[in-house]
Design a protein around this ligand. Structure first.
Ligand code: ADP
Ligand code: MG
Length: 404
């Protein structure tokens, strides 16, 4: 302890020794760090919830637009102004649909699959792709640990994440530069992947916001601002960690860590939807459409009309659909929305199967995630139909189950 005195020699105040101060400062810095981390993860969580909700509603809006445009495009002569307009509407909704998918994968809290994976193999695929496309101007340095431990996860989500990181790195090196991919085992419990570039780097302000959805410094049409937020949620869904180091003019290093899996972890086979629908002769199908959204109801009816299937019974909820079946409705096909208030798809399907064990079901959902896949494979004759869908997708699914 050091006691300071004023000019008269009276004790002024007591302050800690240097080492005391250092310790206290360090504790304070750590506290602030932890608080920031907590705030950040709370923010990402609420953004995820928001994004998931928006994406779900947006899917239905897009579904209605795509449904109507795709149902009418065939009625117009090819090349006519109306045909061109409808074609543009279809393309625009497809692009919107891709954005919605990115939003949904950002909002997703758990990986869609949990397979035993070799991260090096995923990166090698990425490297192949880079070599064939963007890399004339960018030098690629690859340093992969030979005995990299496997992890558990979803290879397509991880591939998508690395693609986003590599695109960012290439974007950051408009003239020329070096992109480095590096993997290694860390202790016994983790593997680490580093994606590094020596491009333009980020200012402190950009770095702070970089992982937020829709944050982009790129011109309209080039960046969506969903890349890093999607990488972040994929890493989080894999119980991993993510850190970005970057400085203007000094490049960027993105460091990801994933828990290594125990050697004896089971390798799960991908779930596949089995269906053995009886062949029903072509012609008018009796369709029961269960969806709470009016927009989807009218657009699916119009698509089915355009396909020549005119007998559609609509139900606003699983409960209503089941009541119709109980009252004796005999549909040839049920289109069941996964996401509805009340019973929803998950609650409705088992009861529906008890009432009509044979009827083919198209389970329509904005997110073909693990719960949708599990539900589709738990019952025979259930096929996933990914939202938003237009005439062509619905037709393809009908053909797939022998009803087209
Ligand atoms: P987008 O690439 O669509 O802009 P991202 O979420 O992938 O969205 O990235 C957000 C922003 O973070 C980018 O616009 C860019 O400013 C910055 N950024 C990301 N990666 C890098 C990088 N490797 N080097 C420099 N800046 C980057
Ligand atoms: Mg990006």
């Amino acid at each position: 302890m050091v006691v300071q005195h004023d000019d008269d020699g009276k004790p002024l105040r007591m302050i800690g020794t240097n080492s005391d101060i250092t310790e206290r400062r360090q504790a304070e810095v750590e506290r602030v760090n932890l608080q920031n981390q907590l705030l950040h993860s709370q923010k990402m969580e609420s953004l995820g919830t928001l994004a998931g909700g928006v994406a779900h509603d947006m899917n239905n809006v897009l579904g209605a637009i795509l449904g109507l445009a795709s149902a009418h495009i065939g009625t117009q002569p090819y090349g006519s102004p109306l045909h061109q307009a409808l074609d543009t509407i279809c393309k625009a909704t497809e692009r919107g649909g891709k954005m919605v998918k990115s939003l949904l994968s950002f909002a997703r809290q758990s990986p869609a699959e949990n397979n035993k994976l070799d991260m090096n193999a995923i990166l090698r695929e990425q490297i192949n792709l880079l070599e064939r496309t963007t890399l004339a101007k960018v030098r690629l340095v690859v340093d992969l640990e030979a005995q990299l431990r496997p992890i558990l996860g979803d290879s397509s989500a991880l591939t998508h994440a690395f693609m986003n990181l590599c695109v960012n790195a290439v974007d950051a090196m408009p003239e020329t530069g070096t992109l480095t991919l590096h993997t290694r085992n860390v202790d016994n419990d983790w593997i680490e992947v580093v994606v590094e570039d020596n491009g333009m780097g980020m200012s402190k302000e950009v770095l702070e916001k970089a992982m937020e959805p829709f944050f982009t410094t790129k011109e309209t049409g080039k960046g969506t601002g969903l890349g890093l937020s999607m990488v972040f949620s994929t890493v989080k869904a894999h119980q991993g960690q993510m850190a970005i180091e970057s400085e203007p003019g000094k490049g960027t290093r993105v460091r990801l860590r994933f828990p290594a899996c125990a050697e004896e972890a089971p390798v799960q086979a991908a779930a596949t939807a089995g269906h053995e629908a009886d062949q029903i002769p072509r012609g008018t199908l009796n369709v029961l459409l269960v969806d709470d959204d009016d927009l989807i109801q009218s657009s699916v009816q119009i698509i089915l009309d355009a396909l020549g299937h005119t007998a559609v019974t609509a139900a606003q909820s699983g409960e209503e659909g089941l009541a119709l079946l109980q009252a004796g409705l005999e549909p040839d096909l049920v289109i069941l929305d996964m996401n509805m208030p009340g019973l929803g798809g998950i609650g409705t399907l088992p009861l529906l199967r008890r009432l009509r064990p044979e009827v083919p079901v198209l389970l329509s959902t904005g997110r073909a995630d693990q719960s949708a896949l599990a539900l589709a494979s738990a019952y025979p004759g259930v096929t996933l139909l990914s939202k938003p869908f237009g005439l062509r997708e619905l037709q393809r699914h009908l053909e797939l189950i022998g009803l087209g």
